[in-house]
Design a protein around this ligand. Structure first.
Ligand SMILES: [Mg+2]
Length: 178
């Protein structure tokens, strides 16, 4: 059974909008998501403590936010096609329960939930990863697996395989892996 890693933030739900809303409460000068052209743009506006604190708070509040409309169907189609799905998110360990409840509450089906600061440990055993981080996607390609993601302001100028929606992304995975 082929294994696929599926990221959560900005892959299964719109993390960026909530993040922007909360950051502007700390620093009103923060640019909106369409201006986030690199993965570490935030360093000009926030301290690491502020940045990681906001992210952790959002992850603890995960159940307040809806997934993307296509997210449940996307995971369903992966399962229907015979893939083993590892939902993997770069989060603090303490957010595991809130994350799991959110997935179950929203019918986001999966085989395994991986919460850690390094999802590349899963690469050896997997055929592909779906993620918006250009850093992670490039590591995937280097490890010899497929790396694909939704097109975002912070990855669109990078040399990555990107799609406008999860349906197109699923079709690509199906073509490449089945
Ligand atoms: Mg992400």
């Amino acid at each position: 059974m082929k294994k696929i890693i599926v990221d959560i933030d900005n892959t299964l739900w719109d993390f960026a909008s909530v993040f922007y809303e909360r950051i502007t409460k700390v620093n009103p000068d923060f640019v909106p998501p369409r201006g986030w052209h690199t993965f570490d743009f935030w360093k000009a506006y926030l301290t690491p403590k502020e940045f990681y604190g906001i992210i952790r708070d959002i992850h603890m509040d995960q159940e307040k936010f809806p997934p993307y409309p296509q997210a449940d169907h996307f995971l369903f189609m992966l399962k229907e096609s015979g893939f083993y799905v590892i939902v993997a998110s770069h989060r603090e360990k303490g957010t595991f329960d809130a994350t799991e409840r959110w997935l179950k509450h929203n019918n986001l089906i999966f085989d395994e939930l991986h919460i850690s600061h390094d999802k590349t440990v899963l690469f050896d055993d997997c055929s592909a990863i779906v993620d918006d981080s250009p850093v992670t996607l490039k590591k995937a390609v280097k490890a010899g697996i497929i790396g694909v993601g939704l097109k975002m302001p912070w990855n669109e100028k990078e040399d990555c395989i990107l799609f406008d929606d999860l349906t197109q992304l699923f079709q690509y995975l199906k073509k490449e892996l089945l």
